[in-house]
Design a protein around this ligand. Structure first.
Ligand SMILES: [Zn+2]
Length: 385
């Protein structure tokens, strides 16, 4: 039954129409057509099954429109409590779970489970335990879950091909989580999932194209072009972490290449280099940040190099893709003051011509926001063919 409904709702226009009502609603049909560039007939065709299934509702009154030839137009709005969605962000240390309504607004509090064992079986069991913590009222109307994981994720196939921080290769996560929870599962790369939430509610609202880059344990990036998340022909797109900025001579990267941005600017890379610079094998990230703030020139230089690598990676991406703006987030922005100058200097030097005008917006996003992104992709999957 779920499958039949999904087939009915999913069409190339449906995702666009739903996103428009979600972000701009309440909104009348002619306005949806104007915003999306779809024909009135295409909008009407996409909207009909969404109303019948209760995902959208027609509000009783609205302004008269010229297009409506004097007939009152009924604005369309999303019915937020039609269904609830679980979003789970899997990190190397923790699972963060939220429940959202159909507008991807978090309802209730976030649930967290510490990851003490990164085996697939254990993590899947923990995800099922998170789902079991849902309140019964939400559980009754929850049929979908989105799970976000860092690394190379095949969303259509529901497979985590490679996640370096979990040590996973070719894990059929959607199938396993589906069997453990009874929910329909969407698995997505975590940065892409966060980008969907930003596109709907954050810095991406109203932008035809934007990029979201994250710095921290990994260096990631996802792209929205012409209003759509770039999936990548092979599932990989926007991997600025693996742009070579010191090819051949730089440090080895876990991906097998050399001189990648991530091999110089990830948290692990910074800590390893700071340990050598400080001659302290026990130094951690917090300690490295303290030393750099305290004026340790050798450790400070490690952050400078990291900032330069990130700036070069961002410039390469902006030169190629040309987004209207770049949002920089991730847990690494806590130390942003240490490398912001170098990021901006390298970016400005390497960005070609007018591309240097592309603003870099720094925006800390808590883990709950990443889990919300996972829920957002599961909402999106309702309308994606
Ligand atoms: Zn690499």
């Amino acid at each position: 039954m779920l499958l039949n409904r999904a087939k009915l709702l999913a069409s190339p226009a449906a995702n666009t129409v739903f996103t428009t009502v979600l972000t701009r609603g309440p909104v009348v049909r002619p306005e949806i057509a104007r915003i999306t560039g779809l024909s009135s007939a295409a909008v009407t065709k996409a909207v009909k099954p969404m109303i019948e299934a209760g995902y959208l509702e027609e509000l009783p009154q609205g302004p008269r429109t010229v297009e409506g030839a004097g007939r009152p137009a009924h604005p369309l709005a999303v019915r937020p409590d039609r269904e609830f969605f679980v979003g789970v962000k899997v990190t190397a240390d923790e699972l963060i779970g939220v429940v959202t309504d159909l507008r991807a607004q978090i309802v209730g509090i976030a649930h967290r489970i510490a990851v003490t064992d990164r085996s697939v079986e254990r993590v899947v069991g923990d995800i099922a335990a998170l789902v079991a913590e849902l309140t019964p009222a939400h559980a009754e109307r929850t049929h979908h879950i989105g799970v976000s994981v860092s690394g190379d994720v095949d969303r259509p196939g529901g497979v985590v091909r490679y996640s370096p921080f979990l040590g996973w290769h070719d894990v059929p996560l959607a199938e396993l989580v589906g069997a453990a929870t009874g929910l329909a599962v969407t698995v997505e790369n975590d940065v892409k999932a966060l980008t969907v939430a930003e596109q709907w509610f954050g810095e991406g609202v109203g932008a035809d194209s934007f990029a979201l880059a994250t710095v921290g344990v990994g260096i990631g990036c996802a792209l929205v072009v012409n209003g759509r998340l770039v999936a990548g022909g092979y599932g990989v797109a926007g991997e600025i972490g693996h742009i070579p900025v010191a090819a051949g001579t730089g440090p080895h990267c876990h991906c097998g290449a050399r001189g990648c941005v991530e091999a110089i600017a990830s948290e692990e890379a910074i800590v390893a280099r700071a340990r050598r610079a400080a001659g302290d094998p026990d130094l951690d990230m917090a300690g490295a940040i303290d030393r750099a703030h305290g004026g340790d020139a050798a450790v400070r230089a490690v952050f400078d190099e990291a900032g330069e690598a990130i700036g070069l990676g961002l410039a390469a991406m902006v030169n190629l893709v040309g987004p209207e703006r770049v949002v920089v987030s991730g847990e690494g922005v806590a130390a942003y003051d240490l490398f912001e100058e170098q990021i901006r200097a390298a970016f400005t030097t390497q960005a070609f011509g007018a591309a240097a005008r592309c603003p870099l917006v720094v925006r800390p996003l808590p883990w709950e926001e990443w889990a919300r992104g996972a829920a957002a992709v599961s909402i999106q999957s309702l309308f994606t063919a």
